[in-house]
Design a binder for this molecule. Structure first.
Ligand SMILES: *[C@@H]1O[C@H](CO)[C@@H](O)[C@H](O)[C@H]1NC(C)=O
Ligand SMILES: *[C@@H]1O[C@H](CO)[C@@H](O)[C@H](O)[C@H]1NC(C)=O
Ligand SMILES: *[C@@H]1O[C@H](CO)[C@@H](O)[C@H](O)[C@H]1NC(C)=O
Ligand SMILES: *[C@@H]1O[C@H](CO)[C@@H](O)[C@H](O)[C@H]1NC(C)=O
Ligand SMILES: *[C@@H]1O[C@H](CO)[C@@H](O)[C@H](O)[C@H]1NC(C)=O
Length: 346
Protein backbone atom coordinates (compact mmCIF):
# COMPACT_ATOMS: atom_id res chain seq x y z
CA UNK A 1 0.00 0.00 0.00
CA UNK A 2 1.29 3.47 -0.79
CA UNK A 3 1.44 5.86 2.21
CA UNK A 4 -1.48 7.95 0.94
CA UNK A 5 -3.62 4.86 0.36
CA UNK A 6 -2.82 3.50 3.77
CA UNK A 7 -3.63 6.88 5.32
CA UNK A 8 -6.94 6.90 3.48
CA UNK A 9 -7.54 3.39 4.77
CA UNK A 10 -6.84 4.46 8.36
CA UNK A 11 -9.20 7.40 8.01
CA UNK A 12 -11.91 5.09 6.69
CA UNK A 13 -11.28 2.68 9.55
CA UNK A 14 -11.53 5.47 12.12
CA UNK A 15 -14.70 6.78 10.49
CA UNK A 16 -16.30 3.35 10.60
CA UNK A 17 -15.28 2.90 14.26
CA UNK A 18 -16.74 6.32 15.00
CA UNK A 19 -20.01 5.58 13.23
CA UNK A 20 -20.41 2.26 15.04
CA UNK A 21 -19.83 3.98 18.39
CA UNK A 22 -22.37 6.66 17.39
CA UNK A 23 -24.82 3.87 16.66
CA UNK A 24 -24.06 2.40 20.05
CA UNK A 25 -24.67 5.70 21.78
CA UNK A 26 -27.89 6.34 19.93
CA UNK A 27 -29.12 2.99 21.28
CA UNK A 28 -28.12 4.09 24.80
CA UNK A 29 -29.93 7.39 24.38
CA UNK A 30 -33.24 5.60 24.28
CA UNK A 31 -32.98 5.52 28.09
CA UNK A 32 -35.08 8.56 29.05
CA UNK A 33 -32.63 9.96 31.60
CA UNK A 34 -33.68 13.49 30.54
CA UNK A 35 -36.95 12.97 32.39
CA UNK A 36 -35.07 13.42 35.65
CA UNK A 37 -35.15 9.83 36.80
CA UNK A 38 -33.45 6.75 35.53
CA UNK A 39 -35.91 4.37 34.06
CA UNK A 40 -34.55 1.07 32.85
CA UNK A 41 -35.74 0.40 29.33
CA UNK A 42 -34.88 -3.21 28.61
CA UNK A 43 -33.59 -3.80 25.11
CA UNK A 44 -35.42 -6.69 23.48
CA UNK A 45 -33.55 -9.98 23.55
CA UNK A 46 -32.67 -11.54 20.22
CA UNK A 47 -33.19 -15.29 20.05
CA UNK A 48 -30.97 -17.30 17.74
CA UNK A 49 -31.71 -20.90 16.90
CA UNK A 50 -28.90 -23.07 15.57
CA UNK A 51 -30.79 -25.65 13.50
CA UNK A 52 -28.02 -28.29 13.56
CA UNK A 53 -24.42 -28.51 14.77
CA UNK A 54 -21.71 -27.54 12.27
CA UNK A 55 -19.98 -30.79 11.16
CA UNK A 56 -22.02 -32.68 13.77
CA UNK A 57 -19.89 -31.45 16.68
CA UNK A 58 -22.05 -30.14 19.49
CA UNK A 59 -21.15 -27.54 22.08
CA UNK A 60 -22.97 -26.19 25.11
CA UNK A 61 -25.29 -23.24 24.56
CA UNK A 62 -27.04 -23.35 27.95
CA UNK A 63 -26.81 -20.23 30.04
CA UNK A 64 -26.30 -16.78 28.61
CA UNK A 65 -23.13 -17.69 26.70
CA UNK A 66 -22.82 -14.45 24.72
CA UNK A 67 -22.91 -12.51 27.98
CA UNK A 68 -20.66 -14.75 30.05
CA UNK A 69 -18.05 -15.45 27.36
CA UNK A 70 -18.13 -12.29 25.25
CA UNK A 71 -19.94 -9.59 27.25
CA UNK A 72 -22.66 -9.34 24.60
CA UNK A 73 -26.03 -8.91 26.27
CA UNK A 74 -29.53 -9.74 25.09
CA UNK A 75 -28.41 -12.52 22.77
CA UNK A 76 -29.97 -15.90 23.48
CA UNK A 77 -28.56 -18.93 21.68
CA UNK A 78 -30.44 -22.21 21.46
CA UNK A 79 -30.25 -25.55 19.69
CA UNK A 80 -33.80 -26.54 20.67
CA UNK A 81 -35.59 -26.88 17.34
CA UNK A 82 -38.96 -26.86 19.15
CA UNK A 83 -38.47 -23.12 19.66
CA UNK A 84 -38.58 -22.54 15.87
CA UNK A 85 -41.81 -20.54 15.91
CA UNK A 86 -40.42 -17.96 18.37
CA UNK A 87 -36.83 -17.61 17.09
CA UNK A 88 -35.83 -14.26 15.59
CA UNK A 89 -33.04 -15.84 13.61
CA UNK A 90 -32.49 -19.44 12.51
CA UNK A 91 -28.98 -20.42 11.47
CA UNK A 92 -28.29 -23.23 9.01
CA UNK A 93 -24.76 -24.52 8.52
CA UNK A 94 -24.36 -25.42 4.86
CA UNK A 95 -22.45 -28.71 5.08
CA UNK A 96 -25.32 -30.65 6.66
CA UNK A 97 -27.87 -29.17 4.26
CA UNK A 98 -25.77 -30.04 1.23
CA UNK A 99 -25.29 -33.69 2.14
CA UNK A 100 -28.89 -34.14 3.27
CA UNK A 101 -28.11 -34.92 6.91
CA UNK A 102 -30.28 -32.00 7.99
CA UNK A 103 -33.46 -30.80 6.33
CA UNK A 104 -34.81 -27.26 6.17
CA UNK A 105 -38.08 -26.76 8.11
CA UNK A 106 -39.98 -25.96 4.92
CA UNK A 107 -43.21 -27.54 6.20
CA UNK A 108 -43.29 -25.25 9.29
CA UNK A 109 -45.02 -21.88 9.23
CA UNK A 110 -42.21 -19.38 9.06
CA UNK A 111 -42.90 -16.27 11.16
CA UNK A 112 -42.92 -13.16 8.95
CA UNK A 113 -40.20 -11.40 10.94
CA UNK A 114 -37.93 -14.46 11.25
CA UNK A 115 -34.65 -14.37 9.35
CA UNK A 116 -32.84 -17.41 8.03
CA UNK A 117 -29.06 -17.28 7.99
CA UNK A 118 -26.92 -19.34 5.66
CA UNK A 119 -23.62 -20.18 7.39
CA UNK A 120 -20.44 -21.57 5.87
CA UNK A 121 -16.75 -20.96 6.45
CA UNK A 122 -15.70 -23.15 3.56
CA UNK A 123 -14.50 -21.85 0.19
CA UNK A 124 -16.58 -22.48 -2.97
CA UNK A 125 -14.73 -25.71 -3.88
CA UNK A 126 -16.12 -27.24 -0.69
CA UNK A 127 -19.54 -25.63 -1.00
CA UNK A 128 -21.64 -27.66 -3.39
CA UNK A 129 -25.38 -28.12 -3.87
CA UNK A 130 -26.10 -24.41 -3.47
CA UNK A 131 -28.53 -24.37 -6.38
CA UNK A 132 -31.18 -26.15 -4.30
CA UNK A 133 -31.26 -23.22 -1.83
CA UNK A 134 -32.80 -20.50 -3.98
CA UNK A 135 -34.96 -17.81 -2.39
CA UNK A 136 -34.79 -19.16 1.16
CA UNK A 137 -32.21 -17.18 3.07
CA UNK A 138 -32.25 -13.59 4.28
CA UNK A 139 -28.69 -13.23 5.47
CA UNK A 140 -25.33 -14.86 4.82
CA UNK A 141 -22.55 -15.61 7.25
CA UNK A 142 -19.15 -16.35 5.73
CA UNK A 143 -15.50 -15.29 5.79
CA UNK A 144 -16.29 -13.05 2.82
CA UNK A 145 -16.24 -9.32 3.49
CA UNK A 146 -19.48 -8.87 1.56
CA UNK A 147 -21.39 -11.38 3.70
CA UNK A 148 -24.13 -9.82 5.83
CA UNK A 149 -22.40 -11.16 8.93
CA UNK A 150 -18.70 -11.46 8.07
CA UNK A 151 -17.00 -14.13 10.18
CA UNK A 152 -13.34 -14.18 9.17
CA UNK A 153 -10.79 -16.66 10.50
CA UNK A 154 -8.76 -13.75 11.77
CA UNK A 155 -8.61 -9.98 11.81
CA UNK A 156 -6.01 -7.23 11.95
CA UNK A 157 -6.55 -4.62 14.65
CA UNK A 158 -4.89 -1.31 15.30
CA UNK A 159 -2.57 -1.10 18.31
CA UNK A 160 0.70 -2.97 18.65
CA UNK A 161 1.10 -6.11 20.73
CA UNK A 162 4.79 -5.57 21.55
CA UNK A 163 6.02 -8.73 19.86
CA UNK A 164 8.57 -7.04 17.66
CA UNK A 165 11.41 -9.37 16.80
CA UNK A 166 14.71 -7.89 17.98
CA UNK A 167 17.03 -10.63 16.72
CA UNK A 168 16.25 -13.48 14.39
CA UNK A 169 15.75 -16.50 16.60
CA UNK A 170 17.70 -19.67 16.16
CA UNK A 171 15.72 -21.44 13.46
CA UNK A 172 16.84 -24.87 12.39
CA UNK A 173 15.02 -24.97 9.07
CA UNK A 174 14.02 -22.66 6.27
CA UNK A 175 10.48 -23.57 5.41
CA UNK A 176 7.64 -25.82 6.56
CA UNK A 177 4.18 -26.80 5.41
CA UNK A 178 1.35 -28.68 7.09
CA UNK A 179 -1.13 -30.21 4.68
CA UNK A 180 -3.84 -32.79 5.16
CA UNK A 181 -5.85 -32.72 1.91
CA UNK A 182 -3.53 -32.63 -1.07
CA UNK A 183 -4.76 -33.02 -4.61
CA UNK A 184 -2.34 -32.78 -7.55
CA UNK A 185 -4.77 -30.47 -9.40
CA UNK A 186 -4.66 -27.78 -6.68
CA UNK A 187 -2.74 -24.61 -7.54
CA UNK A 188 -0.76 -24.99 -4.32
CA UNK A 189 0.36 -28.50 -5.28
CA UNK A 190 2.00 -27.25 -8.46
CA UNK A 191 3.80 -24.47 -6.58
CA UNK A 192 4.97 -26.89 -3.90
CA UNK A 193 6.26 -29.45 -6.42
CA UNK A 194 8.22 -26.79 -8.23
CA UNK A 195 9.47 -24.94 -5.12
CA UNK A 196 10.84 -28.07 -3.46
CA UNK A 197 13.30 -28.46 -6.32
CA UNK A 198 15.02 -25.27 -5.12
CA UNK A 199 14.65 -25.36 -1.33
CA UNK A 200 14.15 -28.05 1.30
CA UNK A 201 10.59 -28.02 2.71
CA UNK A 202 9.59 -29.75 5.94
CA UNK A 203 6.19 -31.24 5.18
CA UNK A 204 3.85 -32.40 7.94
CA UNK A 205 0.24 -33.44 8.13
CA UNK A 206 -1.92 -36.35 7.12
CA UNK A 207 -1.00 -36.21 3.44
CA UNK A 208 2.68 -36.85 4.20
CA UNK A 209 1.84 -39.33 7.02
CA UNK A 210 3.47 -36.95 9.51
CA UNK A 211 0.40 -35.70 11.41
CA UNK A 212 0.95 -33.04 14.07
CA UNK A 213 -1.11 -32.89 17.23
CA UNK A 214 -2.66 -29.54 18.17
CA UNK A 215 -0.08 -29.27 20.92
CA UNK A 216 2.88 -29.79 18.58
CA UNK A 217 1.60 -27.71 15.66
CA UNK A 218 2.85 -24.22 16.53
CA UNK A 219 6.14 -25.28 18.22
CA UNK A 220 7.02 -27.32 15.12
CA UNK A 221 6.18 -24.55 12.66
CA UNK A 222 8.11 -22.00 14.73
CA UNK A 223 11.36 -23.90 14.17
CA UNK A 224 11.50 -22.60 10.59
CA UNK A 225 11.88 -19.10 9.17
CA UNK A 226 8.93 -19.35 6.81
CA UNK A 227 5.64 -21.19 6.51
CA UNK A 228 3.64 -22.02 3.41
CA UNK A 229 0.20 -20.52 4.15
CA UNK A 230 -1.20 -22.09 0.98
CA UNK A 231 -4.99 -22.15 0.77
CA UNK A 232 -6.66 -25.21 -0.77
CA UNK A 233 -8.14 -22.94 -3.43
CA UNK A 234 -7.89 -19.35 -4.61
CA UNK A 235 -11.21 -17.72 -3.76
CA UNK A 236 -12.50 -14.23 -2.96
CA UNK A 237 -11.39 -13.25 0.57
CA UNK A 238 -10.65 -16.86 1.54
CA UNK A 239 -7.80 -16.60 4.04
CA UNK A 240 -7.99 -19.36 6.63
CA UNK A 241 -6.31 -20.31 9.88
CA UNK A 242 -3.32 -21.32 7.72
CA UNK A 243 -2.33 -17.67 7.86
CA UNK A 244 -3.75 -16.40 11.16
CA UNK A 245 -2.91 -19.34 13.39
CA UNK A 246 -0.29 -21.48 11.67
CA UNK A 247 1.97 -18.61 10.60
CA UNK A 248 1.24 -15.54 12.72
CA UNK A 249 0.62 -17.34 16.00
CA UNK A 250 3.77 -19.43 15.45
CA UNK A 251 5.72 -16.21 14.86
CA UNK A 252 7.02 -17.12 11.42
CA UNK A 253 6.74 -15.28 8.11
CA UNK A 254 3.98 -16.63 5.86
CA UNK A 255 4.48 -17.31 2.18
CA UNK A 256 0.92 -16.95 0.92
CA UNK A 257 -1.07 -18.45 -1.93
CA UNK A 258 -4.77 -17.65 -2.03
CA UNK A 259 -6.61 -14.49 -3.02
CA UNK A 260 -4.82 -11.55 -4.64
CA UNK A 261 -2.07 -9.51 -3.02
CA UNK A 262 -4.58 -6.65 -2.74
CA UNK A 263 -6.83 -8.84 -0.57
CA UNK A 264 -3.97 -9.78 1.74
CA UNK A 265 -2.95 -6.13 1.94
CA UNK A 266 -6.46 -5.20 2.99
CA UNK A 267 -6.82 -7.97 5.59
CA UNK A 268 -3.39 -8.92 6.96
CA UNK A 269 -1.02 -6.64 8.89
CA UNK A 270 1.18 -4.38 6.70
CA UNK A 271 4.36 -6.00 5.36
CA UNK A 272 3.68 -9.24 7.17
CA UNK A 273 3.72 -11.76 4.31
CA UNK A 274 5.40 -12.85 1.08
CA UNK A 275 2.98 -13.41 -1.80
CA UNK A 276 3.76 -16.17 -4.30
CA UNK A 277 2.54 -13.97 -7.16
CA UNK A 278 5.32 -11.44 -6.50
CA UNK A 279 7.82 -13.78 -8.15
CA UNK A 280 8.15 -14.78 -11.77
CA UNK A 281 9.23 -18.29 -10.83
CA UNK A 282 9.52 -20.56 -7.81
CA UNK A 283 13.30 -20.42 -8.30
CA UNK A 284 13.16 -16.65 -7.72
CA UNK A 285 10.94 -17.16 -4.68
CA UNK A 286 13.38 -19.74 -3.30
CA UNK A 287 16.33 -17.41 -3.81
CA UNK A 288 14.47 -14.61 -2.02
CA UNK A 289 13.62 -16.83 0.96
CA UNK A 290 17.25 -17.91 1.33
CA UNK A 291 18.46 -14.33 1.09
CA UNK A 292 16.01 -13.04 3.73
CA UNK A 293 16.74 -15.94 6.10
CA UNK A 294 20.44 -15.06 5.93
CA UNK A 295 19.87 -11.34 6.51
CA UNK A 296 18.72 -10.69 10.05
CA UNK A 297 17.50 -7.16 9.36
CA UNK A 298 15.60 -8.13 6.24
CA UNK A 299 13.89 -10.94 8.16
CA UNK A 300 13.01 -8.69 11.09
CA UNK A 301 11.33 -6.23 8.72
CA UNK A 302 8.48 -8.75 8.49
CA UNK A 303 7.82 -8.29 12.23
CA UNK A 304 7.70 -4.49 12.36
CA UNK A 305 3.90 -4.55 12.10
CA UNK A 306 3.75 -5.69 15.73
CA UNK A 307 4.56 -2.07 16.67
CA UNK A 308 1.32 -0.77 15.17
CA UNK A 309 -1.02 -3.72 14.72
CA UNK A 310 -2.10 -6.93 16.35
CA UNK A 311 -4.15 -9.86 15.16
CA UNK A 312 -7.15 -11.65 16.58
CA UNK A 313 -8.07 -15.17 15.53
CA UNK A 314 -11.54 -16.67 15.68
CA UNK A 315 -12.19 -20.34 16.34
CA UNK A 316 -15.32 -20.43 18.52
CA UNK A 317 -18.71 -21.03 16.90
CA UNK A 318 -20.39 -19.37 19.88
CA UNK A 319 -18.47 -16.15 19.33
CA UNK A 320 -19.53 -16.21 15.68
CA UNK A 321 -23.19 -16.75 16.57
CA UNK A 322 -23.09 -13.89 19.09
CA UNK A 323 -21.89 -11.66 16.24
CA UNK A 324 -25.36 -11.93 14.73
CA UNK A 325 -26.74 -9.96 17.69
CA UNK A 326 -23.99 -7.35 17.53
CA UNK A 327 -24.77 -6.73 13.86
CA UNK A 328 -28.53 -7.29 14.05
CA UNK A 329 -29.57 -3.60 14.25
CA UNK A 330 -27.67 -2.75 11.08
CA UNK A 331 -28.47 -5.80 8.95
CA UNK A 332 -30.57 -5.32 5.80
CA UNK A 333 -34.19 -5.74 6.96
CA UNK A 334 -35.78 -7.22 3.83
CA UNK A 335 -33.11 -9.15 2.02
CA UNK A 336 -33.74 -12.43 0.21
CA UNK A 337 -30.97 -14.42 -1.52
CA UNK A 338 -32.67 -15.47 -4.72
CA UNK A 339 -29.51 -17.20 -5.92
CA UNK A 340 -26.89 -18.07 -3.32
CA UNK A 341 -24.79 -19.89 -5.87
CA UNK A 342 -24.58 -16.80 -8.03
CA UNK A 343 -23.30 -14.80 -5.07
CA UNK A 344 -20.93 -17.33 -3.55
CA UNK A 345 -19.41 -18.76 -6.70
CA UNK A 346 -18.76 -15.36 -8.25
C1 LIG B 1 -19.04 -5.14 29.09
O1 LIG B 1 -19.78 -4.27 28.21
C2 LIG B 1 -20.18 -3.05 28.81
C3 LIG B 1 -20.97 -2.25 27.78
O2 LIG B 1 -21.81 -3.07 27.05
C4 LIG B 1 -18.97 -2.27 29.28
O3 LIG B 1 -19.39 -1.11 29.94
C5 LIG B 1 -18.12 -3.13 30.22
O4 LIG B 1 -16.93 -2.46 30.53
C6 LIG B 1 -17.78 -4.46 29.57
N1 LIG B 1 -17.09 -5.32 30.51
C7 LIG B 1 -15.96 -5.95 30.22
C8 LIG B 1 -15.40 -6.84 31.28
O5 LIG B 1 -15.41 -5.81 29.15
C1 LIG C 1 -37.46 -27.08 23.88
O1 LIG C 1 -38.42 -26.08 23.69
C2 LIG C 1 -39.75 -26.51 23.95
C3 LIG C 1 -40.70 -25.39 23.51
O2 LIG C 1 -40.36 -24.18 24.11
C4 LIG C 1 -39.86 -26.85 25.44
O3 LIG C 1 -41.16 -27.30 25.73
C5 LIG C 1 -38.84 -27.95 25.77
O4 LIG C 1 -38.83 -28.20 27.16
C6 LIG C 1 -37.44 -27.53 25.33
N1 LIG C 1 -36.54 -28.65 25.48
C7 LIG C 1 -35.40 -28.55 26.15
C8 LIG C 1 -34.56 -29.79 26.19
O5 LIG C 1 -35.03 -27.52 26.67
C1 LIG D 1 -25.48 -32.96 -3.18
O1 LIG D 1 -26.80 -33.49 -3.11
C2 LIG D 1 -26.96 -34.81 -3.60
C3 LIG D 1 -28.41 -35.20 -3.49
O2 LIG D 1 -29.24 -34.14 -3.79
C4 LIG D 1 -26.09 -35.76 -2.80
O3 LIG D 1 -26.18 -37.07 -3.36
C5 LIG D 1 -24.66 -35.29 -2.80
O4 LIG D 1 -23.88 -36.11 -1.95
C6 LIG D 1 -24.57 -33.85 -2.35
N1 LIG D 1 -23.20 -33.38 -2.46
C7 LIG D 1 -22.49 -32.96 -1.40
C8 LIG D 1 -21.10 -32.55 -1.69
O5 LIG D 1 -22.95 -32.89 -0.28
C1 LIG E 1 20.93 -23.09 17.56
O1 LIG E 1 20.34 -24.37 17.41
C2 LIG E 1 21.28 -25.41 17.19
C3 LIG E 1 20.51 -26.70 16.87
O2 LIG E 1 19.20 -26.64 17.32
C4 LIG E 1 22.17 -25.54 18.41
O3 LIG E 1 23.14 -26.56 18.22
C5 LIG E 1 22.88 -24.21 18.66
O4 LIG E 1 23.63 -24.26 19.84
C6 LIG E 1 21.86 -23.07 18.77
N1 LIG E 1 22.54 -21.80 18.85
C7 LIG E 1 22.18 -20.83 19.71
C8 LIG E 1 22.98 -19.57 19.65
O5 LIG E 1 21.27 -20.98 20.51
C1 LIG F 1 -36.83 -13.71 4.46
O1 LIG F 1 -36.79 -14.61 3.38
C2 LIG F 1 -38.03 -15.22 3.12
C3 LIG F 1 -37.82 -16.32 2.09
O2 LIG F 1 -37.32 -15.85 0.93
C4 LIG F 1 -39.00 -14.15 2.66
O3 LIG F 1 -40.27 -14.74 2.33
C5 LIG F 1 -39.16 -13.16 3.76
O4 LIG F 1 -39.99 -12.10 3.35
C6 LIG F 1 -37.82 -12.60 4.21
N1 LIG F 1 -38.00 -11.85 5.42
C7 LIG F 1 -37.93 -10.55 5.48
C8 LIG F 1 -38.20 -9.92 6.80
O5 LIG F 1 -37.63 -9.88 4.52
Amino acid sequence: MTPSRSQAFLVLLLLSLLSSSLLYFSVLEQTPSLLGYHQHVPQRNISILLWHWPFGRSFRLRGDKCQTKYNISGCLLSDNTSTFSTADVVVFHHHELSNGRSLLPLHHDRPASQRWVWLSLEPPVNTLNLSQLKGLFNWTMSYRRDADIPVPYGQTLLGGDGHVLKAAPNRSCLLSWVVSRYWPQQARAAVYQSLKKSVPIQVYGRWNRRPLSDRKLLPTISKCFFYLSFENSEATDYISEKLWRNAFQAGVVPVVLGPSRATYEALAPPRSFIHVSDFRSTAELAAYLKRVAADRRAYEEYFQWHRTHRIKTYTDWIERLCQICVQYPSLPPNRVYEDLEDWFHS
